[in-house]
Design a binder for this molecule. Structure first.
Ligand SMILES: NC(=O)c1ccc[n+]([C@@H]2O[C@H](COP(=O)([O-])OP(=O)(O)OC[C@H]3O[C@@H](n4cnc5c(N)ncnc54)[C@H](O)[C@@H]3O)[C@@H](O)[C@H]2O)c1
Length: 256
């Protein structure tokens, strides 16, 4: 897919990986809807992008992805603003073992809902023009993690859902490529959640175990994850792929 003049929607894009994905798309000439529950940081990011890429290339739309009505509005407003939707990146995510139901709601339930809303607009077999969806999973989609059982479950869920929906898309000729991005530890604010009992809950006692894992596996920078993201969006041969990104092996794929 040539990204020039395409329209993308990225959730959780005020900071961290979502912001890096939005900027990578802007560099390719795409128009980007930056969406996040954090509208204060969203306005700062929008202003930064305005300076670099021009005011017409982005819009910020505040949305809590766990609200069905806000999520629906997000898609309607995206279409109102830019007239189409080619790429969706479901990136919004949290790591909170204390509020574990919220973790499932943000990381998995909302992601499923956003995929289904995107299908409504994109499906070629329903009059749409096709497109590309990237669901942000994690290396936690493959490995156990004592400090984060529910986060891990949510990311296993994202991978299984993504691969299955990709298969449905292939068999049903939806014309939509749906792929999972599975990074290791990345230098973003979410990593700070391991330092707090209010986020790790009863698994706070394992915080040193995860710090040890970070030392062993290393911490990636968002720019390499953005490179992988762009590859998933641009490469028309990829559907149902699980792209892993680790410090030791860089960008590579899980072989099934
Ligand atoms: N950083 C890592 O080590 C790492 C590794 C693998 C996967 N991931 C995944 O990458 C994604 C992005 O995380 P990040 O590392 O940039 O963390 P981050 O905390 O910097 O960014 C997450 C963003 O999601 C937003 N968000 C949270 N709840 C939301 C909601 N209900 N509605 C809308 N937006 C909401 C936050 O405001 C924030 O801007 C997440 O899905 C995360 O699980 C991160």
């Amino acid at each position: 897919m040539n990204l020039k003049n395409t329209v993308s929607l990225v959730t959780g894009a005020s900071q961290g990986l979502g912001k890096a994905f939005a900027e990578a798309l802007l560099k390719k000439g795409a128009k980007v809807v930056i969406s996040d529950i954090n509208h204060v940081q969203g306005a700062i990011t929008k202003a930064e992008f305005d300076q670099k890429y021009g005011t017409s290339q982005t819009t910020f739309i505040s949305c809590d992805v766990t609200s069905q009505s806000q999520l629906k509005d997000l898609f309607s407003k995206t279409l109102q603003k830019f007239g189409k939707l080619d790429i969706l990146c479901n990136n919004a995510g949290i790591n909170n073992e204390n509020s574990w139901e919220e973790t499932i709601s943000v990381n998995l339930v909302a992601l499923v809902q956003a995929n289904y809303l995107a299908l409504e607009h994109m499906r070629c077999d329903h009059g749409g023009k096709g497109g590309s969806i990237v669901n942000v999973a994690s290396m936690s989609s493959f490995l156990p993690a004592a400090h984060a059982p529910v986060y891990t479950a949510s990311k296993h869920g994202v991978l299984g859902f993504t691969r299955s929906l990709a298969e449905a898309s292939r068999l049903g000729n939806y014309g939509i490529r749906i792929n999972a991005l599975c990074p290791g530890f990345v230098n973003t604010p979410i990593l700070d959640t391991i330092n707090h009992e209010e986020t790790l809950g009863m698994f706070y006692q394992f915080k040193d175990t995860v710090k040890h894992l970070m030392d062993v596996f290393g911490i990636l920078e968002p720019s390499i994850i953005a490179d992988g993201f762009i590859q998933l969006v641009e490469d028309d041969s990829l559907n149902g792929a699980a792209m892993k990104i680790t410090k030791s092996k860089g960008i590579h794929f899980e072989n099934y």
